[in-house]
Design a protein. Structure first.
Length: 552
């Protein structure tokens, strides 16, 4: 970093992109820039770990469907750069072709680039409109003095002290030889270029390495090894090269991937085949930062009182699932490309349950979905559901949903819970299946209610819970709880009070939700029942898991 830029950086602000790029140029290590051509590819370059981006002229043009012949105007390129710069935090070196005109165009371009936080521009000593270096033979070069004037105009126009201008030498490409390349490098360096880029279209690196030997690091040297990809990178390092640019490989990779995908869908007249091979739509949301928007909505949109809270109990392992839960809890088991918990949270968010707290326990570090709040029941092995719920006590306020972390159900069941006017409402399967002799290793949550379901599910009268438990007499069973409950503000208060009562009685750590609801109903509070026609499951064992796949 130069002394000037050090002044610009206060103790608590990170160095600017321009300063970081300048540090890369001047560092003793070989650095790398990876090509990007739009916001998405720029984000991918950054998430991969690269320290900087090459905004390739060839790639940006190709992505716009035009040739690398200045067919896209410089302001169109500027617009692409703005998207790339806005959505990334690493420096961008833009391929500025010939500076998009003469010294005057260069001045204006540099100002606009600085405004958009672009760290550096590389300009090549060819004529406008440019032609890609790998096309044709012996392209005419710019007049040396004219090109030096362009460099000076750029340096005089930069509004950030560390903005860099790299002068790209096309003498070797045009067959004018090493002496001409060195003569021009000297002139451009004297005109103020911060580095030179020596370009070659030979299939080995020899002339580039010969240049670096002659040049002897009078200023940093940048290379683009597209045509000599087999040269070991260490040779560049040994030659003291400052930056190697991987110039067009994301654009080319995207062509390969898009062709394969399009052709397969065309052939198969179906998207099923490619579906597993490509990223999920959820990944796209993640890459484009939708989580941040959800957070911002909570902060800035007026609250219309309809946002709800959710508490998901996900502390248990799900030991019946054997190997599948050896390294993660069952709520993170993948069902058709998405963890159970991800599916549950999407259903909750679709019902405007925006503020979701997950209670973790077994392998808690594996539960790491974005935009959720987490609390941990570290004693999950020796405690029950209410001990987990107690960990999320602070979240049991207002309009609130409680759900098991392993349940799948139809989205509209949530709407029905919210439509019911009882303070506590639970969803119960009216088409519950009888207990069988092999059933259950785990506990079934049966309910008894004031009225049996008519089983037409259209116009059920208000129904309320009378009893709940695994051991209800078969004749008393009217349904099976599906692991989903909803409370109003008053309902949340009733739940908290009953938990306090259980705590006082020393029963909180071992009791389950069924005990809680049973006790509340027994105390005379009306717990509403929404009868649902099956179409749900909780994933307890391998057969549930395959049923889950079918369910979806
Ligand atoms: C680009 O990526 O647009 C370049 C590098 O200018 S090259 O295509 O090798 O000329
Ligand atoms: Mg280019």
């Amino acid at each position: 970093m130069t002394a000037q830029s050090a002044l610009q950086v206060s103790a608590d602000s990170p160095p600017s992109k321009a300063s970081r790029f300048r540090a890369m140029l001047n560092s003793k290590n070989l650095e790398f820039l990876m090509e990007a051509h739009n916001g998405l590819s720029a984000k991918i370059v950054e998430e991969t770990g690269f320290s900087g981006i090459w905004a390739s002229g060839l790639s940006m043009s190709a992505a716009l469907g035009v040739r690398d012949n200045n067919e896209a105007s410089w302001t169109q390129i500027l617009e692409v750069l703005e998207f790339m710069s806005d959505c990334t935090s690493i420096p961008i070196l833009v391929d500025g072709d010939t500076g998009w005109g003469n010294f005057n165009n260069m001045r204006r371009a540099v100002v606009k680039l600085c405004q958009r936080d672009i760290a550096a521009i590389c300009i090549e000593d060819k004529l406008f409109p440019k032609t890609n270096s790998f096309l044709g033979d012996g392209q005419p070069l710019a007049d040396i003095d004219e090109f030096c004037g362009k460099i000076k105009a750029g340096k005089d126009s930069q509004t950030h002290p560390d903005f860099s201008i790299i002068a790209r030498l096309e003498a070797l490409i045009s067959g004018l030889g090493m002496a001409e390349a060195l003569r021009r490098a000297e002139a451009y360096h004297a005109a103020g270029a911060d580095a030179v880029l020596i370009h070659s279209k030979k299939s080995d690196a020899e002339e580039v390495l010969a240049f670096t030997r002659e040049w002897a690091n009078r200023c940093p040297v940048v290379i683009v090894p597209t045509k000599y990809p087999w040269t070991p990178t260490d040779r560049f390092r040994e030659a003291g090269i400052s930056i190697a640019i991987w110039a067009n490989h994301n654009m080319r990779a995207s062509i390969t991937a898009m062709r394969e995908t399009s052709r397969r869908i065309y052939r198969e007249e179906s998207i099923e085949g490619v579906d597993k091979e490509i990223v999920k739509v959820r990944d796209v949301f993640e890459l484009t930062g939708n989580d941040e928007l959800s957070e911002a909505e909570k902060r800035y949109l007026p609250s219309d009182g309809e946002g709800h809270r959710g508490i998901v109990l996900a502390a248990s392992r799900g030991a019946e699932l054997g190997k599948l839960t050896e390294d993660k809890p069952k709520c993170m088991i993948d069902v058709r490309g998405e963890p159970l918990l991800g599916r549950l949270v999407s259903a909750l968010k679709n019902a405007r349950v925006n503020d979701v707290t997950v209670v973790r326990g077994y392998k808690k570090d594996q539960i790491n979905l974005p935009s959720l709040s987490y609390v941990d029941n570290d004693l999950y092995e020796n405690t029950g559901e209410l001990a987990s719920l107690a960990c999320a006590r602070a979240a049991i306020t207002g309009s609130c949903i409680i759900a098991y972390g392993d349940v799948l159900f139809r989205q509209y069941y949530l709407d029905q819970l919210f439509e019911h006017n009882a303070d506590i409402v639970i969803a119960a399967d009216a088409l519950w299946k009888e207990r069988t002799s092999s059933d259950p290793k785990w506990v079934r949550d049966f309910i008894s209610a004031t009225v049996k379901s008519s089983q037409d599910f259209i116009d059920d009268k208000p129904v309320y819970l009378t009893a709940m438990g695994a051991d209800l007499a078969t004749t008393d069973i009217h349904g099976e709880w599906i692991g989903l409950a909803r409370m109003t503000e008053r309902g949340s208060e009733i739940i908290r009070d009953e938990m306090d009562a259980l705590q006082k009685e020393g029963k909180l750590n071992t009791a389950g939700l069924v005990d809680l609801f049973h006790r509340i109903a027994n105390k005379g509070h009306k717990i509403g029942i929404v009868y649902v026609p099956g179409q749900w499951l909780d994933v307890d064992d391998a057969s549930d898991l395959s049923a889950a796949g079918r369910f979806l």
